[in-house]
Write a protein that binds this ligand. Structure first.
Ligand code: FAD
Length: 332
């Protein structure tokens, strides 16, 4: 493999039913930074059917070029078709770095493309950088139960690929009117040639806890003790129009469902305000919430690690403070 032939930073742009998924835009921000350091182009890869209108926003979020394959066989995500389309693009244009969102589709596609083009993949990363001199992409992720950050390098193969957790990178500011180049490509596949058919799409209509999109999160830790304590936290969340989060210990105690869990094995969140109530601040929890804009902690233990990441803290019994806060916010 001649590594010198590989140039440019690529981002896989995920879209669902014609709407851009935020993580692709977040990755354009991270990709812009890498591309500027390496002095190369930042390119988006956009696949789907009837997706013309989605290219302009990508330029406004930082892409210099967008490779588009618009074909009815790409209307719904299928590993078979997307892997072929992206694999062909990689072989033809040879990007140096290729980023995907660590979503269900992004993880599936990235691992399939890595096998297809015989390269490595660093999964579920949270921090990206590049060694410009060596042209080595540095993708980091928590390892050993979140106790260390491991930086993983792909020294021999190209492209250097990573999936990146949604919400760990801030979406860049939109530059209205910024333009770039659209490169239309095609895919040589007919519906009849395909082994996978989409027969029906059944939407999950159950109300889900959407922690990733929440502006305010009120999170319960084991300090709230039981369901009664959790209800107290829910009451505060209700008056603040907030989403309820939880530590793993609360989930494992069966007090609430895993949808609520924040942290390494739960959601990564960046709300405007994060209330940590009776949460000790184990690294596996803080890795999922430390980038919140404002962190407010309540804990009886003045030495609790949560105070190291909190902007404001109260050393007190949550059972006294939380109902007081609920009453005061109710008045406001
Ligand atoms: P504790 O550590 O028991 O802390 C309870 C806190 O409440 C204490 O600080 C105490 O001082 C305080 N307290 C007690 N009574 C009161 C009161 N009346 N008022 C106010 N404060 C009070 N954890 C996660 O949260 N998310 C994850 O995704 C996650 N993933 C993990 C993955 C792995 C591989 C491993 C090994 C662990 C993971 N954990 C995760 C678990 C993590 O290590 C901690 O065990 C967990 O976060 C602790 O939860 P906690 O803070 O609620 O409980």
């Amino acid at each position: 493999m001649n590594k010198e032939e590989y140039r440019g930073v690529w981002v896989f742009i995920e879209q669902r039913e014609g709407n851009l998924v935020d993580v692709g835009l977040e990755l354009l921000g991270a990709g812009r930074d890498l591309a500027d350091k390496l002095e190369v182009e930042l390119c988006g890869v956009l696949l789907g059917s009837n997706i013309d209108q989605l290219t302009q926003p990508l330029f406004e979020y930082g892409a210099d070029k967008v490779y588009v394959i618009d074909n009815p066989v790409l209307e719904q995500y299928r590993t078979e078709t997307y892997m072929k389309a992206v694999g062909d693009l990689v072989r033809k244009y040879k990007p140096e770095i290729f980023l995907y969102g660590a979503t269900a589709n992004g993880k599936d596609l990235a691992s399939a493309v890595a096998t297809e083009v015989m390269t490595g993949l660093t999964a579920d990363t949270t921090l990206l950088d590049v060694n410009v001199e060596k042209r080595l992409f540095e993708a980091s992720r928590p390892a050993f139960g979140g106790n260390i950050m491991a930086t993983i390098l792909c020294k021999k193969h190209r492209p250097q690929m990573a999936t990146v957790r949604p919400k760990v990178i801030k979406k860049p500011d939109r530059q209205e009117g910024r333009t770039g180049e659209v490169v239309q490509e095609s895919i040589d596949l007919q519906e009849d040639d395909l082994r996978t058919k989409v027969i029906e799409i059944v939407k999950d209509t159950q109300k889900k806890v959407n922690l990733e999109e929440a502006d305010i999160i009120v999170s319960a830790g084991k300090g709230i003790k039981d369901e009664k304590g959790f209800k107290m936290v829910e009451d505060l969340a209700n008056v603040l129009n907030a989403t309820v989060g939880a530590s793993r210990d609360v989930v494992e105690a069966g007090i609430c469902s895993h949808d609520h869990q924040v942290g390494q094995t739960g959601a990564t969140v960046t709300p405007k305000i994060y209330f940590a109530i009776g949460i000790s601040g184990a690294v596996q929890h803080t890795v999922g919430m430390a980038n919140s804009e404002l962190i407010f902690a309540i804990n009886t233990d003045p030495n609790a690690a949560i105070f190291d990441v909190a902007h404001y803290g109260i050393v007190a019994d949550a059972f006294e403070i939380v109902p007081l806060l609920t009453r005061e916010f109710q008045k406001a």
